[in-house]
Design a protein around this ligand. Structure first.
Ligand code: PM9
Length: 471
């Protein structure tokens, strides 16, 4: 398996190979290592689902990068500036300005987190029987599109489904697939194209500037809107700076403004890029869509000047936005993900290549070729890793994909993955070493592992609450 050349490039920028985070640690939170017997009991009680573990039983928590970042001293200071007025909080206006300045959209609706914004945009623009093309599904995004009566169609490039393909922009939309869909169903049945930065389910793979520019032209030709899931868009722009011709000398903040300028609006889970524990927003340029969303937000989230966040949350978020686009922050954040990826690649452990922005994705099909997908190889791998080491990861395979609403059968995605998600500014290089060694131990024991049987399945987003038994 090839190593990506990217970590070396990062070192060369400084004229040396090593680099370090642009911060030092001011406060620490103790974590606890458990015994194997304690972990056996904990994972059994959790129904072999890492979402159902208590965090007290977890050593290194790589479940998600969502809401798990460490805030800066400036963000904590901002917490003290919370204006908790029910209406018209100062902090909302600072947040609104930060989104307008850094993302460039006109109208802002705050929400408690990303799925709140997905709900609003889906209900505002999707009609029963509409089609929503996108660059691979995301669990909550697709569910809100379906609940609004839409049918999601995956139009991502084929390379995204192949964990060994080394293309630099595996998050791109395949324009031919999109044009075929438009021809087949008609542009009037497509309310918008759903474009996500660093495609989560594909391994955190970026979208190029060339792709979004071409998409703008195609959408204009057919009078279709283009909306962006901006959840990890700052990270996407770091990849554009690193990999796309003409962007090496541009700051990420400038690249982000340009990217967004080709789109009509965005929703965002600020719990990722923005370095806060809660928060989200919807932003659009179209006044009609804004009016609808702003009216709905008071039904589902809260008044349109807080949308489910407290004043102090909005202040920390406004500060987090400016920190999230700093080049040296992103170099360290993605550099840490590369570091873990490089260790595993050097040890020939099968992971999605190239390494993405927020996580390392283990290829469970290659770990366990003897476990068929209906026995949940990635779910099995996540529980084996926990048993081995106390490290918590997340399944991103058949359990996450859920069932086809038409047939009721499991959806079998080409990618059956376990995500080792790296929270921002939380763990050290030594934690990455320990993680890599734990993964290697599980890999070495791969032939002695059997799959799981699902014994409880909730109706929606089953990966959060499903329970399993060992076969
Ligand atoms: N992503 C993640 O861990 C948290 C919940 S799903 C396991 O990756 C994208 C690209 C996301 C995302 C959440 C949401 C929803 C929208 N788009 O979790 O509601 O990765 O803030 O955002 C999670 P919220």
């Amino acid at each position: 398996m090839m190593t990506t050349t990217i970590p070396q490039t990062m070192g060369q920028q400084f004229g040396r190979r090593s680099w370090a985070e642009p911060w030092k640690i001011k406060m620490v939170e103790p974590i606890r290592m458990t015994t194997r017997a304690e972990r056996e009991q904990a994972i059994d009680e959790a129904g072999y689902n890492t979402f159902l573990l208590r965090s007290n039983d977890v050593y290194i928590d790589l479940l998600t990068d969502s809401g798990t970042s460490a805030m800066s001293d400036r963000q904590w200071a901002g917490i003290m500036l919370g204006d908790e007025a029910y209406a018209g909080s100062n902090n909302f206006y600072r947040l609104e300005k930060a989104i307008q300045d850094y993302y460039g959209y006109k109208y802002i609706v705050p929400t408690h987190q990303g799925r709140g914004a997905e709900h609003l945009i889906s209900q505002a623009v999707i009609k029963q029987g509409d089609y929503i093309p996108g660059n691979m599904y995301f669990t909550t995004t697709r569910l809100h599109q379906e609940l609004a009566g839409g049918i999601f169609v995956d139009v991502i490039v084929d390379a995204a489904h192949d964990p060994t393909d080394l293309s630099p922009f595996k998050g791109n939309i395949d324009l031919n697939k999109l044009e075929s869909l438009i021809e087949k169903v008609g542009a009037e049945k497509i309310p918008y194209v759903s474009l996500a930065g660093t495609v989560n389910m594909a391994g955190g793979q970026p979208v190029s500037m060339a792709n979004v520019r071409d998409l703008r032209v195609l959408c204009d030709k057919h009078n279709i809107r283009l909306y962006l899931d901006a959840t990890r868009m700052a990270e996407n722009c770091f990849f554009i700076q690193e990999r796309e011709e003409g962007y090496a000398d541009k700051p990420v903040a400038e690249i982000l403004r340009e990217f967004c300028s080709y789109t009509d609006g965005a929703w965002m889970s600020s719990k990722k890029d923005h370095l806060v524990n809660i928060g989200g927003w919807l932003a659009v340029n179209d006044e009609d869509v804004f009016d609808k969303a702003r009216n709905m937000v008071v039904v589902y989230e809260g008044l349109h000047t807080y949308g489910g966040m407290s004043g102090r949350d909005m202040e920390a978020l406004a500060i987090g936005i400016s920190e999230s686009v700093q080049d040296d922050h992103l170099r360290a954040r993605i550099g840490q993900v590369y570091y873990l990826g490089e260790l595993l690649t050097d040890w020939q452990i099968p992971i999605v290549q190239p390494v993405g922005g927020h996580a390392i994705f283990l290829d469970a099909k290659k770990f366990y070729p003897h476990i068929s997908q209906d026995k949940f190889p990635a779910q099995t791998l996540a529980s084996e890793l926990y048993l081995e080491s106390g490290i918590r990861a997340m399944e991103r395979g058949v359990v996450s994909a859920g069932r086809d609403p038409e047939t009721g059968d499991h959806r079998y995605p080409a990618l059956e993955l376990v995500r080792l998600t790296i929270p921002r500014r939380v763990y050290t290089q030594a934690h990455m070493d320990v993680t890599a060694e734990a993964v290697r131990a599980v890999y070495e024991n791969r032939e002695n592992t059997n799959g799981l049987n699902m014994v409880y399945e909730p109706d929606y987003l089953r990966f959060f609450q499903a329970r399993f038994e060992r076969l």
